[in-house]
Design a protein around this ligand. Structure first.
Ligand SMILES: Cc1cc2nc3c(=O)[nH]c(=O)nc-3n(C[C@H](O)[C@H](O)[C@H](O)COP(=O)(O)OP(=O)(O)OC[C@H]3O[C@@H](n4cnc5c(N)ncnc54)[C@H](O)[C@@H]3O)c2cc1C
Length: 372
């Protein structure tokens, strides 16, 4: 798929740029000792949050493939009739299509942004065709447009979310509606958007948004869910009257809320990415080095998204300015502690050597060619 091709081109580019950063030396720190690029914090901040998002995308893509496989098994066993699906199966199918659209949008947007950053992060050498970054850029550029333009597809993700929400409400029996008084949009969403149980129980344990440790997985998922539920609730309010309007007025009302619908779609995508990371992390051995490093990668992804939306979190009184400053400080700490792992993190992408053994990594100008 286009999403998978975008992911592969991005991981290849990040592998090249990160290896270059751990070899190429520029500017002295201590007099007489030139620093490697990765030893400059600005450089770590350019590469490592993007490495973290690539992990999230790869995990979400794997999760979707697993679910499609499960669905195929049910179809083969005669338990899922494609020509005559049950109501629940129809909704599951739509949720899956929305997930696939979300991955396409997220992976191709990430590719366009990241491959350009990788090209720049390798300076002039990055512009040489033999070092492949410009080739990946040229190949992946159109991915945001074909097989469904991203701006159109993201609206499909948002629309599916609001439809699922409306259905969640219409599904409720009278007792459920009474309970909705004490529940919130998030509860309806969770019933409809397939949040894994293990992830949800981490979220449910969070009680205080201003006090909980920002490194906690459940807290991070909660902040992502808050963004999704909050945007969805206000979008639903804006569109509530449209159903009863004349067509022309309804079209105007929907158009006026288009940016809001797109913001909802992105909030859903980010939540799915973080949930996929947390789900994968729960399978790692407690106390293992792998888990300790992965926790930092997951936190770096989560905090980079929260930082990107810090203005929104403050506008909505979900996080204080003190808290969003702490998020930025934690990102700096994380890229410092992950810096020494940079090579390992991209080695784990396991990109074939033929795609990443480029001349600039072996040139004398790089200063250090051995990877041992
Ligand atoms: C290299 C290449 C190969 C292709 N191969 C195939 C193929 O094999 N089979 C096939 O069927 N098609 C193919 N396509 C077509 C591709 O699917 C379309 O180009 C794509 O869906 C975008 O449609 P469009 O070009 O008409 O752009 P337009 O729909 O005209 O979009 C132009 C701009 O307007 C924006 N826009 C459009 N509608 C909306 C909206 N409702 N709300 C907000 N913004 C909007 C878009 O975001 C975009 O930025 C290919 C395209 C390319 C470039």
């Amino acid at each position: 798929s286009v999403g998978a091709a975008a992911g592969a081109a991005t991981r290849s580019s990040l592998t090249i740029a990160t290896r270059y950063a751990t070899r190429r030396r520029q500017f002295e720190g201590v007099p007489g000792q030139e620093k490697r690029l990765i030893e400059h914090r600005a450089h770590r901040l350019r590469l490592l949050p993007r490495v973290a998002r690539s992990y999230a995308l790869a995990l979400l893509q794997n999760q979707i493939i697993e679910r499609i496989h499960e669905q195929e098994k049910l179809i083969a066993a005669g338990e899922w009739d494609v020509a005559n699906p049950s109501d629940e199966q129809t909704w599951k199918q739509r949720e899956m299509e929305s997930r696939a659209a979300a991955v396409k949008v997220a992976a191709t947007r990430h590719a366009t942004d990241t491959i350009q950053e990788c090209r720049e992060a390798c300076g002039g050498a990055g512009y040489m065709a033999e070092n492949l970054l410009t080739v990946h850029k040229a190949d992946s550029d159109v991915f945001t447009t074909f097989e469904g333009d991203n701006t159109v597809l993201i609206q499909m993700v948002g629309k599916e979310l609001i439809t699922a929400y409306a259905r969640g409400l219409s599904d409720l029996d009278p007792m459920g509606i009474v309970r909705l008084g004490v529940e919130n949009v998030g509860d309806v969403l969770r019933r409809r958007t397939a949040v894994p149980m293990a992830v949800q129980s981490l979220v449910d344990a969070v009680t205080d948004r201003e006090e909980t440790d920002i490194f906690e997985a459940g807290y991070q998922v909660k902040l992502f869910e808050d963004r999704e539920a909050n945007l969805l609730r206000s979008l639903a309010r804006r569109l509530r009257g449209a159903k009863k309007m004349e067509v022309e007025d309804a079209v105007k009302a929907v158009d006026a809320a288009q940016d809001h619908l797109i913001a909802c779609g992105w909030a859903r995508i980010d939540a799915m990415l973080l949930e996929a990371m947390v789900e994968a992390e729960l399978k790692l051995d407690e106390g293992s080095v792998g888990k300790r490093v992965f926790e930092q990668v997951r936190t770096l992804f989560a905090l980079s998204v929260i930082d990107e939306h810090s203005g929104w979190y403050q506008e909505q009184n979900i996080l204080s300015g003190v808290r969003t400053k702490a998020v930025r400080a934690a990102m700096n700490d994380l890229v410092d502690s992950l810096g020494p792992w940079a090579d390992v993190l991209v080695d784990a992408f396991a990109v074939p050597r033929a795609l990443v053994d480029v001349p600039m990594l072996a040139d004398a100008g790089v200063g250090e060619v051995s990877r041992d």
